[in-house]
Write a protein that binds this ligand. Structure first.
Ligand code: PLP
Length: 389
């Protein structure tokens, strides 16, 4: 038999999603893969029930149902502070995951380099390899996750750099990039003629005085930025698989071609039901943010009581917890997470899935869960020393 694709040698399955399967097998609380166990907004599920009877149930317009795109243009335009054209500036995709893949294919040629920060969301590495590109990793240094401006500029200076891929707010670090940091990166993008691919799925989950700034709102950046985001996190519908890319027409024309042949379109009934969510007033996003601030406080207060050190996120819904004191000699973080799922009954993601650097004593836990789930998880984690050491 002929050799199969060599690309697969450079990535495994997703460790995050593997941890979900291990959590289910062990009846553990899944704080590994980030998805809520509370319901989406009732208006959206009620509308979905109506749509089940009335349709649509057939292929949608490839680029996204027109009423969905009109509602998205209004909602995203309001937050980005710009008028968006639903016909030319956007495409609806199967989660932001497909938006990122379509974008990478639309912008790059084989051999191009993509700058990304480490720690990074694990999809990025695999997606970059799938597009036959090479990642360049620039460290975000814990515990504050700042980058060294010189190291970043050196990355831009490498040959064949086509894009920088930024997760803002960041998974897993919880970093929210400041206007100054984004302006610095924007200047580099313009100076070295590099595109910015933004993963903004956590755009509405920011804490305290932190503010999410859209890269495409920084002067000179609209022309060279693709904003990928989705409804998964903002409306607690990770299973609906609805996402989108927003970009200026010349880039969007290319992205649409990849969507056309990769996906044909997204689920018609779900797009129809999601329109009511996109039309929510600003108060929805305020209450949504307040709910996340509540879950963060509940969970991080609990971790403090137990004595597990963690990073306090500025945005998104993850903490990076230090499991150094509980690791057995020579034990890998992957093995630790599997054992913790089995013995403690709480699933986490090993930090090595996110860091390019040699890090073995960090795990990622998420807190997008009902209060009672978080209390039960904390209850179980209180035994971590007894059960893991
Ligand atoms: C940073 C980041 N980007 C993208 C995704 C995937 O989003 P979607 O459900 O829109 O495909 C996730 C999901 O966890 C994520 O954390």
């Amino acid at each position: 038999m002929k050799e199969m694709s060599r690309r697969n040698q450079y990535f495994t399955d997703s460790v995050i999603r593997r941890m979900t399967r291990i959590a289910i097998a062990n009846n553990a609380i899944n704080l590994a893969q980030g998805f809520p166990d509370f319901d989406p907004p009732k208006e959206m599920t009620d509308r979905l029930a109506e749509v089940a009877a009335t349709g649509p149930h057939q292929y949608p317009i490839t680029m996204g149902a027109p009423n969905f795109r009109r509602a998205l243009a209004k909602k995203a335009g309001r937050f980005m502070g710009r008028t968006l054209d639903p016909e030319t500036d956007m495409v609806v995709t199967i989660g932001s995951t497909e938006a990122m893949v379509d974008t990478l294919f639309a912008l790059t040629n084989p051999g191009d380099k993509i700058i990304m920060f480490s720690p990074y969301f694990e999809n990025y590495h695999a997606q970059t390899i799938m597009a036959d590109c090479e990642p360049i990793f620039v460290p975000l240094v814990p515990p504050v996750f700042n980058f060294d401006p010189q190291v970043l500029e050196d990355a831009f200076k490498q040959p064949n750099v086509k894009a920088i891929l930024i997760c803002n707010p960041s998974n897993p670090s919880g970093k929210v990039f400041t206007r100054e940091e984004l302006s610095f990166i924007a200047d580099l993008c313009i100076k070295y003629d590099v595109y910015a691919i933004m993963d903004e799925v956590y755009e509405h989950i920011v804490y305290d005085d932190n503010k999410h700034i859209y890269m495409n709102s920084i002067p000179g950046m609209w022309e060279r930025t693709v904003s990928c985001s989705s409804l998964s996190k903002t409306y607690s519908v990770t299973g609906w698989r609805l996402g989108y890319a927003i970009a200026p027409q010349p880039i969007m024309e290319r992205i649409k071609q990849y969507h056309d042949f990769n996906a044909v379109g997204c689920a018609s009934p779900l797009m129809e039901a999601a329109v009511v969510g996109l039309e929510f007033p600003d108060s929805y996003y305020k209450e949504f943010g307040d709910h996340y601030a509540h879950m963060k406080k509940l969970f991080t207060d609990g971790l403090k009581d137990i004595g597990i050190p963690f990073t306090d996120p500025q945005g998104a819904y993850f903490v990076l917890a230090n499991i150094g004191p509980y690791l057995k000699k020579g034990q890998s973080d992957v093995d630790f997470c599997v054992k913790m799922t089995e013995k403690v009954g709480v699933a986490a993601v090993p930090g090595s899935s996110f860091f390019r650097e040699d890090i073995n004593d960090i795990v990622r836990l998420h807190f997008a869960k009902k209060d009672e789930t978080l209390y039960e998880a904390l209850n179980r984690l209180a035994d971590i020393k007894k059960k893991m050491c």
